[in-house]
Ligand binder design. Sequence first.
Ligand SMILES: Nc1ncnc2c1ncn2[C@@H]1O[C@H](COP(=O)(O)OP(=O)(O)OP(=O)(O)O)[C@@H](O)[C@H]1O
Length: 258
Amino acid sequence: MNKTAVEIHDLVVAYNRKPVLWNIDAHLPAGKIIGIIGPNGAGKSTLIKAMMGLLKPASGRILFFDKPLDEVRERVAYVPQRESVDWQFPVTVFDVVLMGWYKKIGLFKNPGKSDREKAKQALEKVDMYQYRDRQISQLSGGQQQRVFIARALIQDADIYLMDEPFAGVDASTEKAILELMKEMGEQGKTVIVVHHDLQTVMDFFDWVMMLNQRLVACGKTQDVFIEKNLNDTYGGKLTLLNEVGQILSKNQMPQREK
Ligand SMILES: Nc1ncnc2c1ncn2[C@@H]1O[C@H](COP(=O)(O)OP(=O)(O)OP(=O)(O)O)[C@@H](O)[C@H]1O
């Protein structure tokens, strides 16, 4: 199966008329775990927000399974950056997850027993069911991240957009999120993840989109995650140049077929 999950055509996104993303053209395949990487300010979050319809592009269009977002909204779920969420909002863990379900069934339907069961299962998947009655403000950063992932999981979407799910989480949460992502990929879901840690790119992602206001490269990780593209993406700003040598020598190791 080589279906395209997301097509981005000639996308330009601007804040106050100043473009931060220029002429982005990319095709993202279905059923893959896809990383979006690039330096601070590259426009990664802006791209995700434009994909989710939270920002209106200056020009261009984005299609999900050949259709605009409005026609396929329930097939697309979003996990925002943790810092962008008001964690002081007085709501329990269980209700945060259930809210993800209201998005799917409609806000004005009362959740029934089976809806609650779904919320329970989603929380169990991220190992957070025991915290169901806790206020979200009383969770650690990694726990908050898990709850937000459960909130997206309950939507049973086909495409998941995640903005830095690994930021500030401990090793066990990182492992849990990664396993979940791989499981989602195996189920044919497309998982698109804004990511910062270059060291883990090759282990985490089948496909990678390298961005610095313009698209530098987009393709299978073993094909595009190469020195030239890393230099073009991070330029002189790459304080990680030493790391790049190590990363690339790892990349020359035999890769499993993806
Ligand atoms: N609401 C906004 N108003 C004006 N400019 C913005 C706004 N949000 C982001 N920007 C600018 O747009 C550019 C891209 O920001 P964006 O947050 O998309 O980058 P990013 O690649 O996600 O960065 P980071 O890795 O630091 O999270 C930056 O120069 C940023 O300052």
